[in-house]
Design a protein around this ligand. Structure first.
Ligand code: MLT
Length: 205
């Protein structure tokens, strides 16, 4: 297989349900391209799944951008990686004949999805952001008119202050996205409630 600078190690599962939006699955720190495939199949049965592996390694753990400490991001790298991922998504979409995907990101994957929404709004049809936080110090001017976004936060999340997730919801709403923000009785980990809410959100799009 030939790879290009914008390519990512990834898994692609073709869709079997006509009309189902493809999902772009973005794993958390230390995950890989296989991590969220079962989640994708649960929340959007029959949808095409595109699942890249983050290219940044932190002590051997794949991520989608560099950070200086937990919750402290290398913002230049966030911008560069968000564009690189958006280019990959566009190229993979052409290669596989896909429509624009809905990003489904967990933790670090949700943060790069939020950055993509803000920097490359045309790359995505919408997003499910599970345990996301504000990715950039200043929200870039972006037109997210009508894009559906579900943010799922944990009230007991030790990594993401509630106010930070609320600020992300505010920024995306201010850019025109149709944001639903749910704060669950959960920590940072994925729960059954996240799965149910994500599935209902995708079914209702
Ligand atoms: C991040 O680095 O994106 C956030 O701190 C979440 C994480 O991956 O731990």
């Amino acid at each position: 297989m030939t790879t290009t600078a914008t390519d990512f190690i990834h898994r692609f599962v073709p869709g079997t349900t006509a009309g189902a939006a493809p999902l772009l699955l973005l794993h958390g720190t230390g995950g890989d391209e296989t991590d969220l495939l079962p989640l994708g199949q649960m929340i959007a049965p029959g949808a095409a799944l595109l699942s890249p592996r983050g290219k940044v390694l932190e002590h051997g753990m794949p991520r989608f951008f560099r950070r200086l400490a937990e919750g402290v991001f290398d913002h230049e790298d966030v911008v560069r990686r968000a564009h690189e991922l958006a280019d990959f998504v566009a190229a993979a979409g052409e290669r596989h004949g896909l429509g624009k995907p809905v990003a489904v990101g967990f933790s670090n994957g949700a943060n790069i999805a939020a950055a993509m929404l803000q920097l490359r709004p045309d790359a995505l049809a919408g997003a499910v952001l599970i345990r996301a936080m504000v990715p950039l110090p200043v929200a870039p001017a972006s037109d997210l008119a009508g894009k559906p976004v579900l943010i799922l936060s944990g009230a007991m999340d030790p990594i993401i202050p509630e106010a930070n997730a609320a600020e992300l919801a505010r920024q995306l709403s201010a850019a025109g996205a149709a944001v639903t923000h749910e704060v669950l009785p959960a920590g940072h980990q994925l729960t059954q409630c996240d799965i149910t809410l994500a599935r209902d959100f995708l079914a209702g799009r």
